[in-house]
Design a binder for this molecule. Structure first.
Ligand code: NAD
Ligand code: MG
Length: 398
C-alpha cells in the first residue's frame, strides 16, 4: 500500500526537496494534498505533475489564478481556500503522512491539526514547537501520532538515540543519555566581528556557506537564532532539560549532531548537507530509502573542525537559552519578535545588528507582563499577536 502524503508548504525549499524524494519512489508514495501561500504557478505545476487530489491556497484571488493556469483537459484538483481549510486538510482522512514545512508560527495550526488527527507528522516547521511545544507534544501523545523530526540536527539525534522502530513522543530523557550536542555551521558571519556586521545586506546574510534554504531560516542561521530555536525544539522533542543540550560550531556541516552517553560514548550522524537525507529518513521510517543525495567521502572532505560558540558575537543564541529557561510565554515572544525583526531586515527596514536588540527588548517587555496561562492554541496565537504588536511598535531605528 502506498503512503498518501500531504505537504504543507510544498513550494518552499523543504517542500520541493520532499517532492524530489517522493518522485524517486512512485511505488511507495502518492501525493494527496499540496499547499502554498504564494508562487501559485509553481503550485499548479507541482499539482499537475503529482496528480494531487487537493490544493490549498490563501485566498480567492490565488484560487482564481490557480484555475486560470490549470492545463486544459487535466482533471482539476479540489481547490480549497484559507487558513481553516489548510488545518482541515492536514487532518483529512485522505492522507496518512503530513510534511509540516510552512515557515514560521503560521505553520502551527496545520502541524497541530495533523498531530491531533494521529498522522505520521514529518516536522520541519520548528517554530511550531518553539511557540507551542507542550501543546504539540501533548497532542502527539494523546492521538498516538508518529513524530519524525526533519530538522537535520534533530533527525540526526533521533537516529543516534535507541528506538524500537516506533516514532512516539518520549515521556522523559532517553535512558543512559548525558547530553545532546547540536552542531551549528556558524553561518556566513562565523569569523566576523559583531562591530563589522552593522551594514550587512539581506543577500549577504542569506548566502549560507553549506545549506541552500528559504530566506527566513537563512537569516536565522546567520544570527544563530536558528540554533537557539533548535535548542528549544530539542528540549521538546527529546524531553531534555536546557542544561543537557549543548551547541558546538562545526563549519563543515558534515556531523549533523551527536548524542553523548553516560559511558563516554558519543554517537554522531554524518552526511552531506542536503535536506533530502532527513526527509527520506522520515518518509521511509523505519526503512532506509534512497534520497538522491551523493555519497559522503570523508577522505575528500578532509578535516572536521569544532569550536565553542562565542555568545558575545552571537547574542541571539544566548537570548534563546534565556527564553527556554524563562518558559513558554518567553519562547512565544522570542519567536514572534524574531519573525518581525527578520521580516523587517529582509525588507530593508532594519539593520542586521538590530535584530538581536528587538528580540531582547521584546523578551524584557514580556517578562514585565502579567502571567498568562497557555492552555490552547488560541492562547498561543493571542500571545504571539501581542508580542508582534509590541515589536512593531518599538523604535526600529539603528
Ligand atoms: P520557505 O520560505 O522556502 O518555504 C515556506 C513555505 O511555507 C512555502 O511553501 C510558503 O508558500 C509557505 N508559507 C509561507 N507563509 C505561509 C503562511 N502564512 N501560511 C501558509 N503557508 C505559508 O521555507 P523553508 O526553508 O522550506 O523552511 C520551512 C520550514 O522548515 C521552516 O520552519 C524552517 O525553519 C524549517 N527548516 C528548513 C530547512 C531548510 O533547509 N530549508 C532546514 C531545517 C528546517
Ligand atoms: Mg537545522
Amino acid at each position: 500500500m502506498t503512503a498518501r502524503v500531504t505537504i504543507l508548504g510544498s513550494t518552499g525549499s523543504i517542500g520541493q526537496s520532499t517532492l524530489d524524494v517522493i518522485s524517486r519512489h512512485p511505488d511507495r508514495f502518492t501525493v494527496y494534498a499540496l499547499t502554498a501561500h504564494s508562487r501559485i504557478d509553481l503550485l499548479a505545476e507541482q499539482a499537475a505533475r503529482t496528480h494531487a487530489a487537493v490544493v490549498v491556497v490563501p485566498d480567492d484571488a490565488a484560487a482564481a489564478r490557480f484555475r486560470a493556469i490549470w492545463p486544459a483537459g487535466a482533471s482539476l484538483p479540489d481547490v480549497r481556500v484559507g487558513a481553516q481549510a489548510l488545518a482541515e486538510t492536514a487532518a483529512d482522512p485522505g492522507c496518512d503522512t503530513v510534511m509540516a514545512a510552512i515557515v514560521g508560527a503560521a505553520g502551527l495550526p496545520g502541524a497541530l491539526a495533523a498531530a491531533r488527527a494521529g498522522k505520521r507528522v514529518l516536522l520541519a516547521n520548528k517554530e511550531a514547537l518553539v511557540a507551542a511545544g507542550s501543546l504539540f507534544m501533548g497532542a502527539v501523545r494523546e492521538s498516538g501520532a508518529e513524530l519524525l523530526p526533519i530538522d537535520s540536527e534533530h533527525n540526526a539525534i533521533f537516529q543516534c538515540l535507541p528506538h524500537d522502530g516506533r516514532a512516539s513522543a518520549p515521556q522523559g530523557p532517553a535512558a543512559g543519555v548525558r547530553r545532546l550536542i547540536l552542531t551549528a555551521s556558524g553561518g556566513p558571519f562565523r569569523t566576523r566581528e559583531w562591530s563589522d556586521l552593522h551594514d550587512v545586506t539581506p543577500a549577504q546574510a542569506c548566502a549560507h556557506p553549506n545549506w541552500s534554504m528559504g530566506r527566513k531560516i537563512s537569516v536565522d542561521s546567520a544570527t544563530m537564532l536558528n540554533k537557539g530555536l533548535e535548542v528549544i525544539e530539542a528540549h521538546w522533542l527529546f524531553a531534555m532539560p536546557p542544561d543537557r543540550i549543548n551547541v558546538v560550531i562545526h563549519p563543515q556541516s558534515v556531523v549533523h549532531s551527536m548524542v553523548e552517553y553516560e559511558d563516554g560514548s558519543v554517537v554522531a550522524q554524518l552526511g552531506q548537507p542536503d535536506m533530502r537525507t532527513p526527509i527520506a529518513y522520515g518518509l521511509g521510517f523505519p526503512d532506509r530509502i534512497s534520497s538522491g543525495v551523493g555519497l559522503l567521502d570523508l577522505a575528500t572532505s578532509g578535516r572536521l573542525d569544532f569550536e565553542t560558540p562565542d555568545l558575545g558575537r552571537f547574542p541571539c543564541l544566548a537570548l534563546a537559552f534565556d527564553a527556554l529557561r524563562a518558559g513558554q510565554t518567553a519562547c512565544i515572544a522570542l519567536n514572534a519578535a524574531n519573525e518581525v525583526a527578520v521580516g523587517a531586515f529582509l525588507a530593508g527596514r532594519l539593520r542586521y545588528t538590530a535584530i538581536a536588540r528587538m528580540i531582547g527588548d521584546t523578551l524584557d517587555w514580556q517578562a514585565g507582563q502579567r502571567a498568562f496561562a497557555i492552555d490552547s492554541i488560541d492562547d498561543v496565537l493571542e500571545l504571539d499577536r501581542r508580542a508582534r504588536a509590541f515589536c512593531l511598535s518599538i523604535d526600529s531605528a539603528p
